[in-house]
Design a protein around this ligand. Structure first.
Ligand SMILES: NC(=O)c1ccc[n+]([C@@H]2O[C@H](COP(=O)([O-])OP(=O)(O)OC[C@H]3O[C@@H](n4cnc5c(N)ncnc54)[C@H](OP(=O)(O)O)[C@@H]3O)[C@@H](O)[C@H]2O)c1
Length: 327
């Protein structure tokens, strides 16, 4: 495992880290023993950064990470998120009373006195034009409730606006072979300001593992079943907003670029590592074998310029017209 600097935090985090949404819920059946085994496998492989949220399984994912902390002596960082417990999810809800209450609840779930990194959880766009929200976050840092804060966003423009607030240390954004726009405007600006970038949905909800076939069915409580058109939350969070058939065709075309001895998931993850602006990818995984496969991407040789160019051309031809300008 290799490590990269996370913005100005002074932390060095594993370039392949761990996304803990799936082990919390909304991804079909999960088994806590297996989820914990996956978390242990991640630590064994050098992962030292875990992304979760207070709403993943209504805190279940945070509590699993608290359990991991009890069971291991290794030093690792946990990033959580706040805001999505609001119902309705409005900009006005991002106020001092609510944010403080969400943080207190996460502190309890995580069994800690200070949250390493708190991220606003894809708030409405107008929150990025509300300096008072970032003032509350500064106060939470001063009070020792959180060490650092950042944002998780849907759109490039929200990311660009968010990093105008000097306290913002990190931006979490969807970036993968099927979602390349963040690299255009946002990455250079984030690098200039030394912002850590957490690349989420790196496997396009599993599609880029190459193991999902047309015949695969998804459980009723799996968002890959119920959110393909954005019925429950932003449609970009499910298969990166690419329709299932188009995604499968793209995956077929990408197979030709999988390095010898490697898997498609590893190609998809190695692809990130070619972007120095990205601090880490945070693939989700429910089983130790998936973790082992994913983190091994850190040991692969860099992709050749020709391969990168061809992947770029495939994106331009097959995917860009469908997603590029939406996020
Ligand atoms: N709004 C937000 O802030 C937001 C939104 C989305 C995600 N996130 C964060 O980003 C993280 C990653 O995104 P994601 O979990 O949505 O999507 P992802 O990482 O693209 O896909 C994860 C899923 O792919 C499958 N998978 C993983 N490794 C595999 C392997 N080696 N072989 C085959 N299948 C594999 C697993 O599902 P199956 O085994 O069930 O197929 C896994 O749950 C999340 O866990 C969360 O921490 C944040």
């Amino acid at each position: 495992m290799k490590y990269r600097k996370l913005g100005r935090t002074g932390w060095k985090v594993s370039e392949i880290s761990f996304g803990a949404w799936a082990i919390g819920g909304t991804w079909g059946k999960v088994d806590d023993q297996e989820s914990l085994a996956a978390l242990h496998r991640a630590l064994d492989g050098g992962v030292n950064f875990f992304d979760t949220a207070d709403v993943y399984g209504d805190g279940h994912s945070e509590r699993l990470l608290a359990k991991l902390k009890k069971e291991r002596k290794d030093k690792f960082y946990i990033a959580t998120k706040a805001g999505r417990r609001l119902n309705p999810h409005t900009a006005e809800g991002y106020n001092r009373a609510n944010l403080t209450a969400f943080v207190e609840r996460s502190l309890k779930n995580l069994g800690t006195e200070t949250i390493d990194l708190l991220q606003l959880h894809c708030p409405p766009t107008s929150v990025f034009y509300a300096p008072e929200v970032f003032g509350v976050l500064n106060d939470l840092v001063k009070a020792g409730k959180i060490r650092h804060y950042g944002v998780s966003v849907e759109k490039v423009e929200e990311a660009l606006k968010a990093i105008e607030f000097p306290g913002v240390q990190t931006v979490q954004i969807i970036f993968n072979i099927l979602r390349q726009r963040p690299a255009e405007l946002f990455f250079p600006e984030a690098q200039r300001r030394q912002i850590g970038i957490l690349a989420r949905v790196p496997l396009a909800s599993g599609l880029l593992s190459g193991k999902i076939t047309r015949a695969r069915t998804f459980a009723r409580d799996d968002h890959r079943n119920f959110n393909r058109r954005g019925e429950a939350f932003d449609r970009g969070e499910t298969f990166s907003g690419v329709d299932f058939e188009t995604g499968l065709r793209m995956v077929e075309a990408l197979k030709a670029f999988t390095p010898a001895g490697a898997t498609m998931a590893q190609l998809a993850l190695r692809w990130f590592l070619e972007f120095p602006a990205v601090t880490c990818a945070i693939p989700g995984a429910k089983r130790p074998a998936q973790v082992a496969e994913n983190i091994a991407a850190s040991d692969l040789k860099p992709l050749s310029p020709a391969t990168k160019k061809k992947i770029g051309a495939l994106y331009d031809a097959q995917i860009k017209p469908l997603v590029h300008h939406y996020w």
